[in-house]
Design a protein around this ligand. Structure first.
Ligand code: FMN
Ligand code: SF4
Length: 599
C-alpha cells in the first residue's frame, strides 16, 4: 500500500518532471522540494522513494549528509552565520549573540512558533565583505549591529525575502588588481571560434604548449588531463566545472561567475570540444545559490547565439550544452570524486582512486573536472596561443593567479598577479600593515610567519588554490588554528577512521588547551595526530586537516605555551587509574595488572 500523502503528487510532480524523474538528479529534486516546503518532510521522502525507485534509506542518507538539507522543520527563516576565522575577526560572534537574544533563542534551536532558526555554517565565501550570514541560502554581507536589528525587524514582521531591501543582498566583486584575465576583453564566441579554427588536436597542442596547470589546488597540467580523457575508447565523456569553492578564505570563483561567467562557459565549451564531451556540468556551491537564475539566463542567451546546443557556430557535429547542479553545503564535495558522487545524487564521499575520473568519472564515463579559474583561463590561451601564455609567470608556474585576499588589510578583495609574486609585495598592495602571519591556500594551506614573507606564490614555492588571509600582530594564532581544526572536524565526511576520529581528537585537545587544562602531553599528541592524519587519511581533506595546527605549533608556539596548565610532560589521562575497576572485577592487584610499573 502506498504510504504517500495525497497532496505529495501535487507538490512534487512538477519538480520531478523538471528533472525527468531521473534519480541522478536527486540533489536538485531535494533542493527544490526544500525551497518549496522549507524542509523535506517524511511524506516527501516516501513519495520520492516510490517515484524514483530508490530505497528510502538512500534518500535519508543524502538528506543527512548535506548541511543544507533539513529533514525536520528549521523555521521559515533559516539564518546561518558564516563562521570562518575572518568572520570571527570581524565580530560575528557578538552579532550572532545579539540576534539570538533578540529572539530569546539558543543557537541551533527552532523558534516555538516555527518562525526561524539561527545557527552557524562554514565559510560562505564572503570574507572580503564579512561578517556575513545566509538567510534561506541568500547572503547578507557587511553585517553590523544596525543590520542585525534591521533583519530582526523584517523577520518579526514576517516580511517575505523578496521584499527585503535590495542593498542587504548586495555582493560586491572588490576587484583590486587586474592582469591578463581580468583586463582582457572578449567578445562572446571569439575564443571558441579560434579553438574551432585550430581543431581539437590543435587546441590541445596550444594547451600543452602553455604548460598551464589547474587552479583548483593540485596544479595538475590541464593539457595532459584533457588528453588522457580524449584518448579513452569510451565515446560518452563529460566535462565538469568545479565551482564548489568551499576552502575557507577563497572567493575568486564567486567573482568569476558573477562577472566573467561568459569566459567560464566559453572555456567549458572549448574543453568539451577538445575532449569530445557533449555535456558540461557546473557544480555550484549552495552558498552561491543567489547566482543561479543569472547564470541560467546567461546559458540560455548562449544557446540562442548558437554558442551552446547542437552544431555550435555552424560546426557540424559539435554539440555541447551546460547544466548547473547545486551543492548542498559540504566542503568535501570540492574533492573531485566526492563531487562526482554528489552529481550522481549520492552523499559526497570521495571515491577510492584509481580509477581516476578521466577514465571512470560521472556515471562511470571519462570525465574531466576543472576549476572555474582554470576554465576561464582556457579562453585566454585560445585567444593568444600557448606560447604567449607560457611567457607569463615562472617556468614551472605559467600565467597568472587570482588571489582572494581577506583579513587584516585595508583593501580586501580579488588580486590577479603573475606567478612568482612575493608575499611582501602582496601585503603592501592590499594595505596589510603589521602582518604577523598569512595563511595561504585556506585552512588546508600553509601558514607563513613574517620571516617567510620573501617567499613567492608559485607551484614550486608557496602553492595555493587562491586564498590569502592576513593576520595582524594583535591576533592569536592558536585561536586561528582552533577555528580551522573545528572546520575540518565539522566537514569530515566520516568515511575513514583516521580523519573522523583524528579531527575530533584534535579539536578536543585544542579546546582543552583553550580552557587552560592542557599540558605538554597534549602538545605531543597534537603533533602525533597531525602525523596520523597526513599519512593515513583517505583524501586531501584529512591529509591536510592537521596542517594549520602543525604550522602554528612550529611558528607560533608561545600562543600555545601560555595557555598550558603545566609545561612538563604530564599525561592528562591516567590510564592506570582508569583500569582500577577492571582490576577489582578480576580480583587482581599484582604488578602485572598495572601499567607503567617495573616487574
Ligand atoms: C577537500 C578538498 C576540497 C577541494 N575543493 C575544491 C574546490 O572547491 N574547487 C576546486 O576547483 N578544486 C577543489 N579541490 C581539488 C579538486 O579535487 C580537483 O583537483 C580540481 O577541481 C581539479 O581542477 P584543476 O585541474 O582545474 O585544478 C578540492 C580537493 C580537496 C581534497
Ligand atoms: S579523509 Fe576525511 S573527508 Fe576524506 S574520505 Fe576520509 S573521512 Fe572523508
Amino acid at each position: 500500500m502506498s504510504r504517500v500523502n495525497s497532496s505529495a503528487s501535487e507538490v512534487l510532480d512538477p519538480i520531478l518532471e523538471r528533472y525527468s524523474r531521473n534519480p541522478n538528479h536527486l540533489m536538485q529534486i531535494l533542493r527544490e522540494t526544500q525551497e518549496r516546503l522549507d524542509f523535506i518532510p517524511d511524506w516527501a521522502v516516501d513519495y520520492l522513494a516510490e517515484v524514483l525507485v530508490l530505497p528510502h534509506a538512500q534518500i535519508q542518507s543524502v538528506i543527512g549528509f548535506y548541511a543544507f538539507f533539513f529533514g525536520s522543520p528549521r523555521g521559515k527563516y533559516r539564518i546561518l552565520f558564516s563562521d570562518n576565522v575572518t568572520d570571527r575577526m570581524q565580530g560575528n560572534t557578538a552579532l550572532l549573540s545579539r540576534m539570538l537574544s533578540r529572539f530569546s533563542l539558543a543557537q541551533g534551536q527552532v523558534a516555538g512558533d516555527g518562525l526561524l532558526s539561527i545557527d552557524t555554517t562554514s565559510c560562505t565565501g564572503m570574507c572580503d565583505q564579512g561578517p556575513a550570514l545566509l538567510v534561506n541560502n541568500y547572503p547578507v554581507t557587511r553585517l553590523t549591529s544596525q543590520r542585525i536589528d534591521q533583519i530582526c525587524e523584517l523577520i518579526k514582521k514576517q516580511t517575505p525575502l523578496t521584499q527585503w531591501p535590495a542593498e542587504l543582498f548586495l555582493v560586491e566583486d572588490n576587484i583590486r588588481r587586474k592582469d591578463v584575465l581580468l583586463s582582457t576583453e572578449m567578445t562572446n564566441g571569439e575564443a571558441l571560434k579560434r579553438a574551432i579554427e585550430l581543431g581539437p588536436q590543435g587546441m590541445l597542442a596550444e594547451m600543452k604548449a602553455s604548460n598551464f596547470r589547474g587552479r583548483g589546488g593540485a596544479g595538475f597540467t590541464t593539457g595532459v588531463k584533457w588528453e588522457a580523457c580524449r584518448n579513452t575508447a569510451e565515446k560518452t565523456r563529460y566535462l565538469v566545472c568545479n565551482a564548489d569553492e568551499g576552502e575557507p578564505g577563497t572567493f575568486k570563483d564567486r567573482v568569476l561567475l558573477a562577472s566573467f561567467a561568459e569566459r567560464v562557459f566559453e572555456g567549458m565549451t572549448i574543453a568539451g570540444y577538445v575532449i569530445g564531451a557533449a555535456k558540461g556540468l557546473i557544480y555550484l556551491r549552495a552558498e552561491y545559490r543567489y547566482m543561479l537564475e543569472q547564470l541560467e539566463a546567461a546559458l540560455e542567451a548562449r544557446r540562442k547565439a548558437k554558442l551552446l546546443g547542437q552544431n555550435i557556430l555552424g560546426q557540424q557535429g559539435f554539440d555541447f550544452d551546460i547544466e548547473i547542479h547545486m551543492g548542498a553545503g559540504a566542503y568535501v564535495c570540492g574533492e573531485e570524486t566526492a563531487l562526482i558522487e554528489s552529481l550522481e545524487g549520492k552523499p559526497g564521499r570521495p571515491r577510492i582512486r584509481p580509477p581516476f575520473p578521466v577514465t571512470h568519472g560521472y556515471l562511470g564515463k571519462p570525465t574531466v573536472v576543472n576549476n572555474v579559474e582554470t576554465l576561464a583561463k582556457v579562453t585566454l590561451i585560445a585567444q593568444n596561443g600557448g606560447a604567449w601564455y607560457r611567457g607569463l609567470g615562472t617556468r614551472l608556474s605559467t600565467g597568472t593567479k587570482l588571489l582572494s585576499i581577506s583579513g587584516d588589510c585595508d583593501r580586501p578583495g580579488i588580486y590577479e598577479y603573475s606567478f612568482g609574486v612575493r608575499i611582501a609585495q602582496i601585503l603592501e598592495d592590499c594595505g596589510a600593515r603589521n602582518a604577523m602571519a598569512v595563511q595561504v591556500g585556506g585552512a588546508a594551506g600553509t601558514c607563513l610567519a613574517r620571516h617567510e614573507f620573501g617567499r613567492k606564490i608559485a607551484f614550486e614555492d608557496v602553492s595555493t588554490s587562491g586564498a590569502l588571509m592576513v593576520f595582524g600582530n594583535h591576533r592569536d594564532m592558536f585561536e586561528v588554528a582552533r577555528n580551522f581544526a573545528h572546520f575540518f572536524e565539522h566537514e569530515s565526511c566520516g568515511f575513514c577512521t583516521p580523519c573522523r576520529v583524528g579531527t575530533t581528537m584534535m579539536c578536543n585537545i585544542l579546546d582543552k588547551i583553550a580552557n587552560g587544562n592542557g599540558t605538554a602531553y597534549e602538545m605531543n599528541e597534537l603533533s602525533r595526530l597531525h602525523q596520523l592524519l597526513s599519512t593515513a587519511s583517505h583524501c586531501g581533506l584529512g591529509q591536510s586537516a592537521g596542517r594549520p595546527v602543525n604550522d602554528t605549533l612550529q611558528k607560533f608556539r608561545p600562543s600555545y605555551d601560555r595557555r598550558l596548565a603545566q609545561k612538563d610532560f604530564e599525561p592528562a589521562f591516567d590510564l592506570d587509574a582508569a583500569l582500577a575497576e577492571a582490576r577489582e572485577i578480576t580480583a587482581r592487584d599484582d604488578v602485572d595488572a598495572h601499567l607503567g610499573t617495573e616487574a
